[in-house]
Design a protein around this ligand. Structure first.
Ligand SMILES: [Zn+2]
Ligand SMILES: [Zn+2]
Ligand SMILES: [Zn+2]
Length: 156
């Protein structure tokens, strides 16, 4: 019995993966995934806030521990992943476009770079230490071009 209804592009692979794990595609899991895709680089709090906004004043939106649980489940299924920008909550993304992040310590701006940036570092860690590095798990911190420029014009 086909009971999926009109669910949008992201729904089919999610439904399949959930089913292969014996799980159901609940409307809530689907909404959490859609929020991750729409917000990109959102913390669980921001995802929860968006779901509450979408639900409206008398709709039912998941509380933050439910959002966390759904994000963990979606991550186990390989549908989303998280990165730490430094202090504060991790940010989540949909998993189709793997990338690394650099985050500006002054303005908090985030930029993305191709994941092969650190290939040679990963290879050396493997060769010298036998260490497998989880390259995208933490963002590289520094100063963005705009902040560097501003600092230079303020302190010539
Ligand atoms: Zn990202
Ligand atoms: Zn900056
Ligand atoms: Zn982590």
């Amino acid at each position: 019995m086909g009971s999926e209804g009109p669910t949008g592009d992201a729904a089919a692979p999610l439904a399949e993966r959930l089913r292969s794990q014996g799980l159901r595609l609940t409307a809530q899991r689907q909404r959490v995934l859609a929020a991750v895709e729409a917000l990109e680089h959102a913390t669980p709090e921001a995802i929860g806030a968006r779901l509450r906004e979408e639900a409206g004043p008398d709709g039912s939106a998941p509380d933050s521990s439910t959002v966390y649980r759904n994000l963990e489940l979606l991550e186990r299924l390989g549908l989303v992943w998280h990165t730490h920008l430094g202090k504060g909550a991790p940010i989540y993304h949909a998993s189709e476009h793997p990338h690394l992040h650099v985050v500006c310590a002054s303005c908090g701006g985030i930029a993305q770079v191709a994941p092969d940036l650190l290939d040679s570092a990963a290879e050396r860690l493997a060769a010298e230490l036998g260490f497998t590095v989880d390259v995208g798990h933490v963002a590289l911190s520094g100063t963005c071009a705009a902040c560097r420029e501003r600092a230079r014009s303020e302190n010539p």
